[in-house]
Design a protein around this ligand. Structure first.
Ligand code: NAP
Length: 520
């Protein structure tokens, strides 16, 4: 009786989606299109947009063209530039939330503290900062680039100036005339450097590994083009198709023939030589690994900014902070007023994984302690009715993640259909053998890719050096692999017949393993 009352205290939904970035909003639209309206989107912040809400640093923009970096079901004929800035992309996501009537489903300021699988009830108990609810299915769309990573630098707490991460920019802090250190040379840092170089007094860039930087073919999309896209929507589709096709061909070199990327290196080298005349600076900026091994960066302004007299490049990582002095691994020192960390995100150790507790009481983090793996990038063994959008090995080195997200949403839609067809209280849990088989095939293909053979260390690789982030194929291949849920890859779990004696006690591991498992 008490148990029943407790049940009724909590709202129950068919699906709880975590996050309202591209992945979460996309999942919400897709669920509605499947006729499912009994769902919530749990968002820890007070606005939608995910990484495009949080990253507001100066110069923030996407390096995938907007006509490709947008939902296929929500084309925007009015993209103002070939590569849009953060504000326009964030506006686009706000617009998607409105047009597809997602807002009533969103619970803002609701951070998921824990989601625990209840093996008796066959549902998830989701505790948020604004209360608890239960859900048949949980879709984690928190994204791999949501939790900033600041390296553990000895002495950082002794620094008296301003410190912030690229994804938590403090717009109230005035950089004008200040001595600023930028740590890192990834996609974020190389946009920040040219955006702030003119206003700061002195900029010191701590570069642990030089990136390959290609020219960026960025331009305004003309009024005539936009008019055409509005009048003839198929021209927007055609533009997207061309952008997609080029990248689909390029991926062959990344995944199968890294040796052919030498030609691309020549273009990147010329990009540097055009702007940097000082041979000593060129030497510092020249990478010693194959292009593509780390993410290829695009910029026409990064190298020119580094050649300015108020910029120093320290070709060494930040090792220590002593008061206001920053010390690099090579011993060089710089005194600064502010530190900007462009040091990336917790990608292979996503904090949300620590908050998802599966059927055996282990967290997803524990279950992934030897490396992240999920069936078709989505479902993990031991975690019934749980799916990750942008899960393990779904990242891309050279194309639009929105393509991968939409493939995963196809999989989600079919997953919901399969649950409906099975009927009643039911869960699907991926077979260990299916997850392992999928992962072995992915890792086998990974062996010859540039990410594994290019001679660099990158965030694509986890602590064991295994690439658990990138998809080693074309987006077409992934789309095919996720078109339908193969129910044979899952066990179908139904509630065990009620045993009066067992009813009052909390579920034990033995009770859980007694759950009736049907062969699919
Ligand atoms: P990131 O690619 O992970 O780069 C982190 C940088 O910090 C690396 O250069 C790393 O050096 C450096 N670093 C770490 N610890 C350091 C230390 N102690 N001293 C000096 N340097 C240190 O992070 P991110 O730039 O934020 O980009 C993350 C991802 O976000 C990108 O790969 C991309 O997918 C996405 N993004 C995209 C865009 C875009 O579309 N234009 C813009 C921003 C971000 P090592 O290389 O030696 O590890």
């Amino acid at each position: 009786m008490a148990e029943q009352e407790a049940e009724q205290e909590h709202e129950h939904v068919r699906v709880a989606v975590i996050g309202s970035g591209f992945g979460g909003l996309g999942a919400a639209v897709r669920l509605r299109r499947e006729g499912i309206t009994d769902f919530v989107v749990l968002e820890r912040a007070s606005a939608v947009g995910g990484t495009w809400r949080d990253n507001s640093y100066p110069g923030c923009a996407c390096d995938v063209p907007s006509h490709l970096y947008s939902f296929s079901f929500a084309p925007n004929p009015d993209w103002p530039r070939t590569f849009s800035g953060q504000e326009k992309i964030h506006d686009y996501l706000e617009h998607v939330a409105d047009v597809f009537r997602i807002r009533p489903h969103i619970r803002f300021d609701s951070e998921v503290k824990q989601a625990r699988w209840d093996a008796e009830k066959l549902w998830w108990v989701v505790e948020t900062t604004r209360g608890t609810l239960t859900a048949d299915v949980v879709v984690s769309a928190t994204g791999p680039l949501s939790d900033p990573k600041v390296p553990d630098i000895p002495g950082l707490d002794t620094f008296e100036g301003k410190v912030f991460h690229s994804a938590r920019w403090d717009h109230d802090y005035d950089l004008r005339g200040k001595r600023v250190a930028v740590i890192g040379t990834g996609a974020s840092a190389i946009q920040i450097v040219p955006a702030v170089q003119k206003q700061v007094g002195r900029l010191t860039l701590f570069q642990r590994t030089p990136p390959w930087v290609m020219p960026r073919a960025d331009r305004n999309i003309t009024r005539a083009e936009r008019w055409l896209h509005r009048q003839l929507p198929f021209t927007t589709q055609a533009r997207r198709g061309i952008l997609w096709g080029i990248r689909e061909l390029q991926v062959q070199a990344f995944t199968k023939r890294p040796e052919e990327l030498g030609l691309v290196e020549r273009i990147a080298r010329a990009n540097m030589h055009r702007a940097v005349k000082d041979p000593a600076l060129r030497a510092k900026l020249t990478p010693d690994y194959r292009i593509g091994c780390k993410r290829i960066l695009l910029s026409n302004t990064y190298y020119p900014a580094l050649a300015q007299p108020n910029v120093d490049v320290v070709a060494s990582g930040l090792k220590e902070v002593r008061g206001n002095t920053l010390v690099a691994a090579d011993g060089s020192e710089a005194e600064v007023d502010a530190i900007v960390f462009g040091t990336g995100f917790h990608v292979t150790d996503m904090p949300i994984a620590d908050r998802i507790v599966g059927a055996d009481g282990d967290t997803l983090m524990q279950s992934w302690k030897n490396g992240m793996k999920a069936l078709r990038g989505a479902t993990a063994a031991g975690f019934p009715n749980f799916m990750t959008v942008i899960g393990p090995n779904t990242g891309l080195g050279n194309s639009s993640m929105i393509l991968m997200i939409e493939s995963q949403l196809n999989y989600l839609a079919d997953y919901m259909r399969q649950l409906h067809v099975l009927g009643g209280r039911v869960a699907l849990t991926p077979r260990e053998s299916a997850v392992t088989g999928w992962n072995n095939r992915v890792q086998d293909r990974m062996k010859r890719t540039v990410w594994n053979t290019g001679g660099c260390d990158s965030w694509y690789l986890d602590a064991n050096g295994v690439n658990t982030t990138v998809w080693p194929g074309t987006t077409t291949e992934f789309r095919q692999a996720t078109r339908h849920v193969d129910v044979g890859e899952y066990e179908v779990v139904r509630p065990a017949p009620a045993a009066p004696a067992a009813k009052k006690s909390a579920p034990t591991k033995t009770a859980r393993t007694k759950k009736k498992v049907e062969a699919a």
